[in-house]
Design a protein around this ligand. Sequence first.
Ligand SMILES: Nc1ncnc2c1ncn2[C@@H]1O[C@H](COP(=O)(O)OP(=O)(O)O)[C@@H](O)[C@H]1O
Ligand SMILES: [Mg+2]
Length: 264
Amino acid sequence: MLSLEHVSVTFNEGTPNEVRALQDISISVAEGEFITVIGSNGAGKSTLFNVISGAVQPHAGRIELDRDDITYKPEYLRSHDIGRVFQDPRLGTCPGLTIRENLSLAAIHGRQAGFRRDVKSAHESWFFEQLEQQHLGLEHRLDADVALLSGGQRQAITLVMATLTKPKLLLLDEHTAALDPNAAEQVISLTEQLASADDLSVVMITHSMQQACQLGDRVIMMNQGQIVFEIAGEERRNLTPGDLIERFHSLDSGAELSDRQLLA
Ligand SMILES: Nc1ncnc2c1ncn2[C@@H]1O[C@H](COP(=O)(O)OP(=O)(O)O)[C@@H](O)[C@H]1O
Ligand SMILES: [Mg+2]
């Protein structure tokens, strides 16, 4: 479904500040697969998402989505196929607009992707149903300004918006890292629910070893712009956070996991 072949990204090339953010990365994501990505700060995880979404162009390599070469396709043309949720709950929704208005914007955005734009009332009940399924009580607050919602509620709305139009791929960049543990747990269960309901292909960057073991079919560890290991199959099913930390330390790469990563 998605494949990256020998993708490299270097920032500030040829200067003292040169950073080889991605070094010869090859990875593929099958349809319906759920992958978690972990790694120390600065490992290149967000840059990986930036080249997939088109925010950054690779300096070498090739990216295909559904056999379509998208290596140099502009970001706005990919946004129908690729949903993205960031760490900061304020980035995904528009303050000053209500939940209903935010959802409408996402629906309009997806129209070109084949989203059926039925009469307004059909939309209304559909939004209600979507939110009702989340069990967060937001279906009764469709006219509330999103600025009044908690971080967890905003991330829940952002997730619903990102999946509203059934993207081919959903990219989650530490989307629970700014939330308190309860809200993080709710957003994670919503993530699982949305991913399985639509059989979405998901790549989730997480700071949490627990989440990396709890969700998905495959774990990828990145370090200094490279994929240093992948765990799938039987080994993945039995994986514990302790195993992951041990694997990371056995790399002896000099990179450190933060307290946040070790404790979460
Ligand atoms: N636009 C940019 N310009 C210069 N350096 C960047 C840019 N984006 C990321 N980097 C650098 O690339 C490296 C990887 O960053 P990033 O992908 O954000 O890491 P992660 O998400 O794993 O913490 C870091 O050293 C970071 O400082
Ligand atoms: Mg990052």
